[in-house]
Every structure is written in C-alpha cells, then in structure tokens.
Design a protein around this ligand. Structure first.
Ligand SMILES: *Cc1c(COP(=O)(O)O)cnc(C)c1O
Length: 340
C-alpha cells in the first residue's frame, strides 16, 4: 500500500516536473545561482500568471519561504499576527523570530483555522505602546491548516485592518493552488488585488520535489532580499533543477490540474465518510479532510496499514496530486468494515 493520507508531501514529483528535471540535466552545463535561462523563464511565467511585475525568488522549502519573507519585513521588536494553528506559529521552530532577530508571534484561536478582522484588530491594538512588541506583519494561510479557504472578500477585509494599523500582509500559500482550484478565480484575485504584499507560493505539495517561490508584490519590501536568501543558505547553486520543474508546473496549467485533482479526491473521501456517518470537523474546501474519527477507529485503521495523523479530537487526511480514486475507495471500504 504505497499511497497514504499522512501528508500531501508524501507524494512524489508529478510526471511533468520529473520530465523537466531530466531534460535540464540532459542539456549539460549551465551557469549557477539562478542566472540561467530556466530561472528567468520561471520568474517570468509567475509574473504572467499573477498579472503583475512581482519580484520573484526561489528557495528550497516552505519554512524558508515563510520565515525569510517575515524575517525581512520584521525587525527584532516587531510581531507577526497569525492563527494559533498556523504553520508559521507552530511548525517552523520559531524561524520567523530567528530570521528577524526576535520578532514575536501574536496568535488568535478563531474557528476553522481562519482569522477574522475582529481578531486581527484585537491583536493589533492589544499592546501597551513601546512596552509591547509592535505588530508589523499579518500572516494569512491560504488554504488554511484546517483545509478551509478565505474568499477574496474575506482577505480584503483582513488586509484592510492590517493596513489601517501599519502592518504588511504575508500569505503562506503552501496550498495556494488548491484554494484557486476551489474558488475558480485568478491568482491575482486572491493575492495582490486584495492587499497581499508578499506571497510564499508552494510548489512542493503541488508536485515538485523542492522549491517554493516568494513573490513580492510590493517590490520595495524585496530590497536586498537576495542577501537574506544567500545568508540563510537558501540560494541554490544549481537553481535550474528547481526552476525547470517550476516552468513545467506553470505550462498548460499543470499546477491547476494537480490541485483540482487533489481537491476532488478530498471531496470523494469526505462524501464517502459522511455516508458512513462520520462527521467532518471543517468543510472540505481544498485537499484535506478533517474527520471526527474516534481514536479507537483511527487505531484500527492504522493496524490495517493506513498512515494519517491525529488532529484535535479527530484526524487529518490529506490528498495529493496523485491520490488515486481506488486508494480513497479502499480506505472507505476499510472504514466501512470497521464501523459496521
Ligand atoms: C507544508 C506547509 C508549509 C511548508 O513546510 P516545509 O516543510 O518547510 O516545506 C508551509 N505552510 C503550510 C501551511 C504547510 O502546510
């Protein structure tokens, strides 16, 4: 049983990315550190996709893309406003604080993984002036850690609060593609057009082996970012092996095809679980299903060889670009046998 629901990063490279990787290797030598033709093309394709002249950087992973962006926006006495379950607050070993030289996290525990304008307002105004850290960045995760998706209007309302309090807006888009697939809108409509200044755009969970993009829509914020990337050890000397698969992902909307497929498999899984009487802890709006399965049922499924993680009082089931309908159906059959 090779396919699992533990994480969308358990999947391999999509065929288009792998083919590009082999193609660029067959080309022989090329100049390093991103001064190659593939990197130039990847940057330009991202600008075209987002319909704006953003400053684009490629780093190895998602933690780096988030932490370097936030570290560049914040000074040591600043704070990042984020959801309590957010990756930047709970899964990055304090990286944003490290790269900013000390910035703190101010978090809110709002429902369904989504921040609200009221919560952001409260955190932005809770300080005691010079005695407290100064809120400087709002970090939104799209899709959220609970698989939910902010609408364009919701993002606009949140970024309006941020702007009113002098904060810049960062978006952790590790699953940005899945949110676009869900809302069927343009990437610009969920980012710079609704007030996002910097986007960490995920490629790995969408079918790459390595390499996330950082897009600075407000280009002034990107000043000297290349030094930050280099100092953090995130400047790939053989950058073309990251950029060529990115180009392949952006060609013919492969990124969207992959995201739509992962979302559809999550929908299939959720519908099947619902038919078996298992509740959902959040609406399914991207490629994750958060199921209210008892620890006992989870344990019996683990004993049958299934891998997935507990989440709160239930569990998290992630679908990937390559999750097969047959895998979902086999899992559902095992759940059915256990709940019968
Ligand atoms: C996976 C993920 C990341 C990236 O994490 P890395 O393991 O550092 O690549 C960032 N944010 C969210 C919400 C994620 O799910």
């Amino acid at each position: 049983m090779s396919q699992q629901f533990a994480s969308d990063n358990n999947a391999g490279l999509c065929p288009e990315a792998l083919e590009a990787f082999l193609r660029v290797n067959a080309e022989g030598h090329a100049v390093g550190y991103g001064n190659d033709m593939w990197t130039e093309t990847a940057r330009n394709r991202l600008r075209t996709l987002f319909e704006t002249d953003a400053d684009v950087f490629l780093v190895f992973g998602g933690t780096a893309s988030n932490a370097l962006a936030l570290g560049h926006i914040c000074r040591s006495y600043h704070a990042v406003v984020a959801h309590v379950e957010s990756h930047v607050a709970t899964d990055e070993a304090g990286a944003a604080g490290f790269f900013s030289g000390g910035a703190a996290m101010l978090t809110a525990d709002t429902p369904l993984g989504k921040l609200t304008p009221e919560a952001v307002e409260r955190l932005a105004t809770a300080g005691k002036g010079v005695h407290s850290v100064k809120p400087r960045a709002l970090s939104l995760t799209q899709a959220t850690e609970l698989g939910t998706v902010y609408s364009a209007a919701e993002i606009a309302a949140l970024t309006e609060v941020a702007r009113r309090h002098g904060m810049k807006v960062h978006m952790d888009g590790a699953r940005f593609a899945n949110s676009i697939a869900h809302l069927d809108c343009k990437p610009a409509d969920l980012s710079w057009r609704v007030g996002v200044d910097v986007l960490s755009l995920g490629g790995v969970k969408n079918g790459l082996a390595a390499g996330e993009a950082v897009l600075f829509f407000e280009r002034a914020l990107a000043e000297e970012f290349e030094w930050r990337v280099k100092q953090a050890g995130q400047l790939n000397s053989k950058m073309r092996f990251v950029s060529a698969p990115w180009v392949a992902l952006l060609e013919n909307d492969v990124w969207l095809k992959n995201a739509r497929h992962a979302n559809a498999m999550a929908r299939r899984l959720a519908d099947g679980l619902t038919r078996l009487g298992i509740g959902l802890m959040a609406p399914v709006e991207s490629n994750g299903v958060f199921a209210a399965m008892s620890p006992q049922l989870q344990e019996r499924l683990h004993q049958k060889g299934w891998r997935f993680y507990p989440w709160g009082t239930g569990c998290r089931l992630m679908c990937a670009w390559d999750t097969e309908a047959a895998t979902v159906d086999r899992f559902l059959a095992d759940v059915k046998a256990e709940v019968a």
